[in-house]
Structure formats: structure tokens, C-alpha cells
Design a protein around this ligand. Structure first.
Ligand code: ADP
Length: 298
């Protein structure tokens, strides 16, 4: 599965991406995280990105596109990925289309989180406070001034992607102001509709109780519903077979074109028994007569 999470800074893309990673076993490709790692490691990419990021401006398209092209070629991305923070411009979206086309891949969904701008500053402030409380380094761009620039960049360069993907029919817009769990449920519903796959982290829909399930349960020493049902079925099958045997017919055979009901079976049993009795009586009498005749001859 390949999907894009779109939304302004503080919309909750990272939070939702992490939940999807856990559920679907996808990799989260966050260009923000990758660039921060490059800055921390002092790589050539990091050196180019450092000041732009701190100001809240975007890093040039060719830099981020090169990072993403390398990253999606790695083996762990073959199972699918969530793009978080990329693409951020129409140029990046076009470059992504070309990358995917080269690999004969497509996008399953583009999900935009719609959030009130007034709420974003409060969210970012909360994140800063939480990170500081955990003793983590606060992001260089998580301050009111840089956030304003990030929002400007979002409006001017990233928001046009809503139309870009809307025109392609891949876009779904959801309410990013809802509680985290509710946003997650909305995303899962979209993904289920697009891919037909339920989230793997959740219990699968109960399958019909079958022999296999019962065997597994037996091995585990458990008596599950499935195990009980199979045992019950076995018992009733054995009972039916015994009944059918005494009635002199194979189980499941039809009597007069109709499946024998219990009444029919009882009738058949008594009829057969009386025939058998009569035959036994006749045979006994015949045997006696023959024996008499033989002894008279002697
Ligand atoms: P947020 O979504 O909270 O703004 P990110 O971690 O996604 O934060 O990005 C932080 C910064 O990294 C951005 O403000 C920008 O400078 C840079 N950046 C991240 N992704 C991209 C991208 N796709 N294109 C250009 N710059 C990017």
C-alpha cells in the first residue's frame, strides 16, 4: 500500500503515520525527519537544508526528490510506504508520479487532514512543551515566527496539491480537528474502501468454525467455540451413522427421493426388523423340517 498524508504543519500527519506503520507494516517516509537527520549528521544535504528549515522555508525540490527516490528504492519500502511531508509542491508531486511510473507503481490514497489554522499554533506549542518535558531537543522551527513562515509556505506551495490530487480522483479529505482515534478510524475506513484490506493489527473478522481452527485450538489445549462445534458435529455424525447402520442404509441416503427424517428412519428400522424377524422364523422352521426329514430317512 502506498499513500500520502497531506496537511499543514501540526495537522497530525506524523501521529497518524506512526499508527498506520504499526497496523499495516508500512514504512513512514518523512522528509522532515530525513532532513533533520541529515542536518544532525552534517551531510552535504544537511548543510543545504539547515538554514532554510530553521527559517520555516522549503528545501529545494531537487534535494528532497533525490532523497525520496533513493528511499523508495530500498527493500523495506517494497511492502508499501506512507509519505509524510512529501510531496510539498506540485513539482515534487510530478516528480513522484514519474518515480512511481518508472517502477510501475501507483498510489492507493492521498489523504488530506483539514485543520483550522487557529488550532495549529496551539498544537505546535503543545508539542514543544511535551518534547521539552521529555528532555528532547526542541525543533529549530517550532517557534511562532518560523511556524508563521511554514504556514505561508503551506498555503502558497502545498495547498495546491489538494487540487492536483483532487483532479486525479485519488484524494480524500478528512476532519483533522477530530480526536486522534477518530481521525485514525476515518483513515482506516478510506484505506479499507480503496484496498479492501482490513488493518492487520486488528483481529480479523471471525472465520467460520472449521476443522483447521479446531485442530489449532486442540494443539493449543483450548476448547474454543470452533473446537466445540466440530466436536458436536462429530458426535452427531457418529450417532447418525449408528442409526443409519441399524436401519441398514448408508448415512445421507434418501428414502423415496426425500431425505429420511427421524420419523421415517424409525419406521424403516421397525419395518426392516419385522422383515428380518419373519425371515429368521421361516429359516428356523425350514431348518427344523429339513433336519426332521433327514433323520427320518436315516
Ligand atoms: P511540519 O509538517 O511540521 O512543518 P516537517 O517535519 O514535515 O514539519 O518539515 C520540517 C521542515 O523540513 C519544513 O519546514 C521544510 O523546511 C523541510 N521539508 C520537509 N519536507 C519537505 C519537502 N517535501 N520539501 C521541502 N522542504 C521540506
Amino acid at each position: 500500500m502506498r499513500l500520502i498524508l497531506l496537511g499543514p504543519p501540526g495537522a497530525g500527519k506524523g501521529t497518524q503515520a506512526q499508527r498506520l506503520v504499526a497496523r499495516y507494516g508500512l514504512v513512514q517516509l518523512s522528509t522532515g525527519d530525513m532532513l533533520r537527520a541529515a542536518v544532525a549528521a552534517g551531510t552535504p544535504v544537511g548543510l543545504k537544508a539547515k538554514d532554510l528549515m530553521a527559517q520555516g522555508a522549503l528545501v529545494p525540490d531537487e534535494v528532497v526528490c533525490a532523497i525520496i527516490a533513493d528511499r523508495i528504492a530500498e527493500p523495506d519500502a517494497h511492502n508499501g510506504f506512507i509519505l509524510d511531508g512529501f510531496p510539498r509542491t506540485v513539482g515534487q508531486a510530478e516528480a513522484l508520479d514519474a518515480m512511481l511510473k518508472d517502477r510501475k507503481l501507483g498510489l492507493d490514497a492521498v489523504i488530506a487532514l483539514k485543520v483550522d489554522e487557529d488550532a495549529l499554533l496551539a498544537r505546535v506549542e503543545k508539542r514543544v512543551a511535551e518534547m521539552a518535558a521529555r528532555g528532547e531537543a526542541v525543533r529549530a522551527d517550532d517557534n511562532a515566527e518560523a511556524l508563521k513562515k511554514r504556514l505561508d509556505a503551506y498555503r502558497a506551495q502545498t495547498a495546491p496539491l489538494i487540487d492536483y490530487y483532487g483532479g486525479k480522483g485519488t484524494l480524500s479529505v478528512i476532519d483533522g480537528m477530530a480526536a486522534i482515534d477518530a481521525v485514525e478510524r476515518a483513515i482506516l475506513a478510506i484505506l479499507k474502501g480503496k484496498t479492501g484490506k482490513p488493518a492487520s493489527g486488528k483481529a480479523k473478522p471471525a472465520s467460520k468454525p472449521g476443522k483447521k481452527a479446531a485442530k489449532v485450538a486442540k494443539r493449543a489445549g483450548k476448547r474454543t467455540k470452533a473446537a466445540k462445534k466440530v466436536k458436536k458435529t462429530k458426535k452427531s455424525t457418529v450417532a447418525k451413522a449408528a442409526k443409519a447402520k441399524s436401519a441398514g442404509r448408508a448415512i445421507g441416503t434418501r428414502k423415496g427421493g426425500r431425505k429420511a427424517d427421524s420419523k421415517g428412519t424409525r419406521k424403516a428400522v421397525s419395518a426392516r426388523r419385522s422383515v428380518a424377524k419373519k425371515r429368521a422364523g421361516t429359516a428356523r422352521r425350514t431348518a427344523k423340517k429339513t433336519a426332521k426329514r433327514k433323520s427320518g430317512r436315516r
